[in-house]
Design a protein around this ligand. Structure first.
Ligand code: ADP
Ligand code: MG
Length: 331
């Protein structure tokens, strides 16, 4: 019922940036090449995510809004997760905490839209749209005043949204991203933009990282590409001379998912221990890819935590790969 839905929704949607994360992940899962995100008032009054992905056929629209309905796994193998989504919780949760409209058009179908307001689903109806999906979420937490109180300033929430989009954009260099602030109406103001990168994976990643972390980072970073016992580590790691006074420029991804993980941060510290004092931090963007069975992403619904089954292998790989790269570069 509506109250239970609202409580469960709070687990998935803590603030506007968590809604943005779920919607942008859905767009990536749908195979989008371009994703535009419009927000107003820090996402509190409006979050709109448009993609050119596969779309949703009209008859599947109500299903997309029902709890634990996901088109992404059949439920038999919760561990073998390749896409971002798998719980089928995001859209129903968003529908429980805000006014949600999904407009979509899948190839070979007419475009249709469906709305849900306070958990009340309205019947689907035809609409006009090219291929893809637009999800509009208005007035987040309007029915949950307790949650509203925990929201921070528009600026802080906008910043958190921008961070979420940048992290996802780092993991998807071939997808174009545009973030617009449309507070006050009109065309709005582009606050972040990353053009779709084509060509070689490493070049695409370097260009994407230059857009997000700055050209100074990519000019002072070593490419990493190594594998051990079926675990692959790729990305860029800064030279010790390009270190930071804080750890904010440390990005890790596991099977394409942005993660924050103590084990990985510890491994990084170990790798640079001989070069950096404790108050300096290396900037890195590192991607770990392995068989999904070897990593547990079910730790938290927001999915930014992971648990490696063989943490020693991962730690050893990170430390030795970075030390090796630094030694090759004369350190
Ligand atoms: P999950 O991502 O875990 O499957 P969601 O609640 O986020 O659950 O989405 C439910 C379903 O709605 C998805 O499995 C997918 O079939 C469909 N869907 C959601 N967003 C999009 C989108 N942008 N493009 C195409 N299909 C989508
Ligand atoms: Mg999802």
């Amino acid at each position: 019922d509506a109250a239970i839905n609202r409580i469960a929704a709070g687990e998935v949607v803590e603030r506007p940036s968590s809604a943005v994360k779920e919607l942008v992940e859905n767009a990536i899962d749908a195979g989008a090449r371009r994703i535009s995100i419009d927000i107003a008032d820090g996402g509190k009054t409006l979050i709109r995510v448009q993609d050119d992905g596969c779309g949703i056929p009209p008859e599947e629209l109500p299903l997309a809004l029902s709890r634990h309905a996901t088109s992404k796994i059949d439920g038999s193998d919760l561990l073998n997760i390749h896409s971002f989504g798998f719980r089928g919780e995001a859209l129903p949760s968003l529908g429980a905490v805000g006014r949600l409209t999904i407009q979509s058009r899948a190839e070979g179908y007419e475009a249709a839209e469906i709305s849900v307001d306070g958990g009340q689903i309205k019947p689907p109806r035809p609409c006009a749209l090219g291929q893809g999906t637009i999800v509009t979420l208005r007035d987040l937490f309007y029915a949950t005043p307790a949650r509203l109180k925990f929201m921070r300033s528009d600026r802080a929430e906008s910043q958190a949204i921008s961070d979420v989009i940048k992290r996802l954009a780092m993991a998807e260099p071939s997808v174009g991203f545009t973030l617009r602030d449309v507070s006050g109406g009109g065309e709005g103001r582009v606050t972040f933009r990353a053009d779709a990168q084509t060509g070689d994976l490493f070049d695409a990643l370097r260009e994407r990282l230059a857009t997000i972390m700055g050209r100074e980072f990519t000019d002072n970073a070593l490419p990493i590409d190594t594998e051990r016992e079926g675990v692959r580590l790729t990305g860029y790691a800064a030279l010790p001379t390009y270190s930071r006074g804080s750890a904010v420029a440390q990005y890790f991804f596991v099977n394409g998912r942005p993660v924050r993980d103590k084990l990985l941060i510890g491994a990084l510290r170990g790798a640079y221990a001989d070069f950096l004092s404790r108050d300096r931090h290396p900037a890195v963007a590192l991607f770990i890819d392995c068989d999904p069975h070897r990593v547990d992403v079910n730790v938290h619904p927001a999915k930014s935590e992971v648990r490696f089954r063989e943490s020693g292998v991962v730690r050893g790989l990170v430390v030795s790969a970075l030390r090796h790269a630094l030694a090759e570069a004369g350190h």
